[in-house]
Design a protein around this ligand. Structure first.
Ligand SMILES: Nc1nc2c(ncn2[C@@H]2O[C@H](COP(=O)(O)OP(=O)(O)O)[C@@H](O)[C@H]2O)c(=O)[nH]1
Ligand SMILES: [Mg+2]
Length: 332
């Protein structure tokens, strides 16, 4: 059966041949796998690509362990990782600096941030990691950035709402990230992607942060944006005047699709300061597994305060928990 490979595939293969670093090779192979027509005639090639990819990933991990500093691999911390992305001067570094205590370099000229920087954003009683990244350009992204983005849980696309080219910034960023299959094409409510996806990779949810709402043209620009791209959810903020920041935090939490679950030992007061963080849809069993690997086996029963019909109701291990629930696990 003929493979019938597409121009897109050959372009990706070309990028693979030209790639010099492991990072770039992985990126290109992922692209090849994503665009290869999926049918019987390409099964062998697909298998070969996957083999090469896993070999490279192993190689990359070994390298990362021995390398002193790998600027593009961002170790995850906290309840979720939101990656800040956008064109130069939009306010990416200011966002990190304002929402976290990280000291990113902020300057009135572009290309100040050359390496990803991270900080922790307190939200209610959890910490969410934010990552500042080097800017996108009209040619795309600096090498390695795509892998940083793909490793995140959420993208915060920052645009300068006061600038004349803010529409262009949104269009270019969205089409670039869609083309690279970091985000999903169709604009869904709240920009949340459908899961699961057919593709090998998972798409990232994103929030478009319209910064500099203190500037004169910002309101008009947003009105135009909303008219031209209906369905796009924009979150207006001003880092200068510190407006809109609380609702941005709420949106970040929502978009991460996580819940906070508190635990209590039988007969004791619940620990309301250190919640466990689960993915939305997480069950009692997931919680038990999070606390200790052998808890699921030893779990006798669980009681829930909060989402249960009545306080302290005994629930099954597949009971789906909700944000704010308090759970008592009885372990044998
Ligand atoms: N007027 C106004 N200026 C801002 C705001 N946020 C950031 N800036 C300024 O925009 C410039 C670029 O900010 P920076 O965070 O370095 O942008 P980055 O290149 O995206 O990291 C700096 O001069 C900031 O002081 C805002 O909300 N309003
Ligand atoms: Mg910057």
């Amino acid at each position: 059966m003929p493979a019938n490979l597409t121009p897109q595939y050959y372009a990706a293969e070309d990028a693979y041949k030209k790639a010099s670093s492991v990072e770039e090779k992985i990126e290109a192979l992922q692209e090849m796998l994503a665009v290869i027509p999926k049918h019987k005639g390409t099964e062998k090639i697909q298998a070969d690509l996957k083999r090469r990819l896993s070999k490279l990933r192993e190689e990359g991990e070994k390298k990362a362990k021995t390398a002193r500093f790998n600027p593009f691999s961002i170790e995850k911390q906290g309840a979720g990782q939101g990656i800040i992305v956008g064109f130069p001067n939009a306010g990416k570094s200011s966002l990190l600096a304002t929402m976290t205590k990280a000291k990113a370099k902020i300057a009135a000229y572009p290309f100040t941030t050359t390496l990803p920087l991270t900080g922790m954003m307190p939200y209610k009683d959890i910490l969410i990691q934010l990552v500042d990244t080097p800017p996108l350009t009209s040619e795309g992204a600096p090498p390695g950035l795509l892998n940083t983005l793909r490793g995140g849980d959420l993208l915060l696309i920052v645009i300068d709402a006061g600038s004349d080219d803010c529409l262009e910034q949104v269009e270019k960023t969205l089409s670039f990230l869609t083309e690279k299959r970091v985000i999903q094409k169709e604009i869904k409510q709240n920009n949340l992607p459908d899961q699961p996806v057919q593709d090998e990779r998972k798409y990232l949810p994103y929030i478009i942060v319209a910064n500099k709402m203190d500037l004169q043209n910002s309101e008009d620009n947003l009105t135009i944006l909303n008219e031209l791209m209906p369905g796009l959810t924009l979150t207006g903020i001003s880092l200068k005047e510190k407006t809109g920041l609380d609702s941005l935090k709420d949106r970040i939490f929502q978009a991460l699709s996580i819940i906070r679950v508190y635990t209590r030992a039988p007969g004791k007061q619940p620990d309301m300061e250190n919640p466990f963080v689960l993915k939305k849809g997480g069950t009692v069993l997931d919680l038990a597994y999070n606390i200790h690997r052998d808890f699921p086996e030893r779990l006798k029963n669980a009681r829930v305060w909060g989402s249960a019909k009545f306080d302290g109701q005994t629930v099954a291990r597949d009971y789906v928990l909700e944000d704010g629930d308090i759970v008592e696990l009885n372990i044998g």
